[in-house]
Design a protein around this ligand. Sequence first.
Ligand SMILES: [Fe+2]
Ligand SMILES: [Fe+2]
Length: 319
Amino acid sequence: MSERTTPEGELERQFERTVAAEARIEPRDWMPDGYRRTLIRQIAQHAHSEIIGMQPEGNWITRAPSLRRKAILLAKVQDEAGHGLYLYSATETLGADREELTRNLIEGRQKYSSIFNYPTLTFADVGVIGWLVDGAAICNQVPLCRTSYGPYARAMIRICKEESFHQRQGYELLMTMMRGTEEQRRMVQDATNRWWWPSLMMFGPPDGDSPNTRQSMAWRIKRHTNDELRQKFVDMTVPQAERLGVTLPDPELRWNPERGHYDFGTPDWAEFKRVVSGDGPCNAQRLAHRRKAHEDGAWVREAAAAYAARRSAERKGAA
Ligand SMILES: [Fe+2]
Ligand SMILES: [Fe+2]
């Protein structure tokens, strides 16, 4: 039966059956408007985070302490650019316009992860970002490999493989520094102190304060709540911190044998709201840098469009 003659109700039941059976929704399938809008918003926000996320570490490429560290860092930052491009492509399969999404980002209408609004003060920050920020991203993103929208789920499989390289390179850098001088160990501890709480905030507000979670879980876009993922991250990270020999800056952090999880303190949600709403230490700088990069790239986009137009005219002429 063609789509035109199928009643809307039947399409919706088909959509729900597909989601319930853990099969994937593909770009040509019918989907509710809200599902499409939610996905475009979520994937765009994710893409923006990958692109803006290049800046804090990119800041250290020219000052990496050795050729090896520079090569690793360059590869990592380039991976993040690739993740952004994949994800913008995924939004295009939903009918979004990449140019418009970029405008939404640089004009401040769409958000990116609040974590990238904090400064990178020393080279230890590069290691701690790999360990904690990419580590938190992995907790968030591994379940997205099973998200109900096919192109997003498939993009996440490749992205997660690269994120796990990012996490390891960060941890390896920190291990090296911890085996170094007293000054290097101090740098690692200081970077850990600064990044720990913002990393916990990466999972979003507490479940009671996250209005979209229930619908996203019903659509199987989201597979776990913010608090479940945050707990998973804490449980995974505490033994890594012990192994590394750093202290996580939370006096309430302790193993709870009854729950079988670590208890931990409450992030400063007022700070989170401030940073999300644009008032973090680096928000203005990050957006200004992105805007300038976009403007500087205008000639490339114009040249590519002119070339594509000429090629298509030539093809028509030849036909
Ligand atoms: Fe990434
Ligand atoms: Fe990454």
